[in-house]
Design a protein around this ligand. Structure first.
Ligand SMILES: [Fe+2]
Ligand SMILES: [Fe+2]
Length: 213
């Protein structure tokens, strides 16, 4: 039976989540942990290297927008995992803030397609959440594993002297590995190979597009 109280709570939650979404896509974000490398002197990079670093960080920022949406979608669909995912979601919020700030320092811009990445990932997270906890955790573990691998690729493409950007990417990579480990320790199922491949394909579309727009 759908009571008035039930209805009120759902509306309340909807507004909270909607607000979270708007702030993820359009807001400026504080971080709980200081940005890694902020104590280091900024490297004297050439214009092309700065632009390249800003674009790579825009890709990572998009990834973090997606992470926010995935976690939000999963939490909406599966109340059971809320607390467990909370710590990881908070770390993702730091990543979002760090990327945002570094892009600004490098003189770059955020992706114009963030609302699109956000809504797609929210739907995907919700779907994963509805598949039950072990598949949901499996999806999370695989996402984090792929992100970790992707960040390693960025470390290879970033200028060796760009210590500030590198410090952020290195810390994010450590955090993502931790998130994958948490998901596995909680009973994540190993996803079938075609699902992993589809995820890699979707991530590839996002990363190659957001490097440019
Ligand atoms: Fe992250
Ligand atoms: Fe993560």
């Amino acid at each position: 039976m759908f009571t008035e109280e039930h209805y009120m709570i759902d509306v309340d939650r909807f507004i909270t989540e909607f607000d979270k979404g708007l702030r993820t896509v359009f807001g400026v974000h504080p971080s709980a942990r200081a940005s890694p490398g902020s104590e280091l002197p900024d490297a004297d990079l050439g214009a092309a290297e700065r632009r390249h670093a800003a674009r790579l960080m825009r890709v990572n920022h998009c990834g973090e927008v997606c992470a926010q949406a995935l976690y939000q979608g999963q939490a909406l669909a599966s109340d059971g995992l809320c607390d467990v995912l909370d710590q990881a979601a908070r770390e993702e919020a730091d990543h979002l803030a760090w990327c945002e700030r570094r892009i600004q320092e490098l003189g770059g811009q955020l992706s114009m397609l963030n609302p699109l990445w956000y809504s797609g990932s929210l739907a995907l997270g919700y779907l994963a959440g509805k598949l039950g906890d072990s598949w949901n955790l499996g999806f999370l573990a695989e996402t984090e594993h792929q992100v970790e691998h992707h960040l390693q690729g960025h470390l290879e493409r970033l200028d060796a002297n760009d210590v500030r950007t590198r410090a952020i990417v290195e810390q994010m990579k450590r955090d993502e590995a931790g998130h994958a480990g948490t998901a596995r320790s909680l009973g994540a199922r190993d996803l079938p190979a075609p699902a992993k491949g589809a995820m890699r394909l979707a991530a590839g579309v996002m990363t190659s597009t957001s490097y440019w727009i």
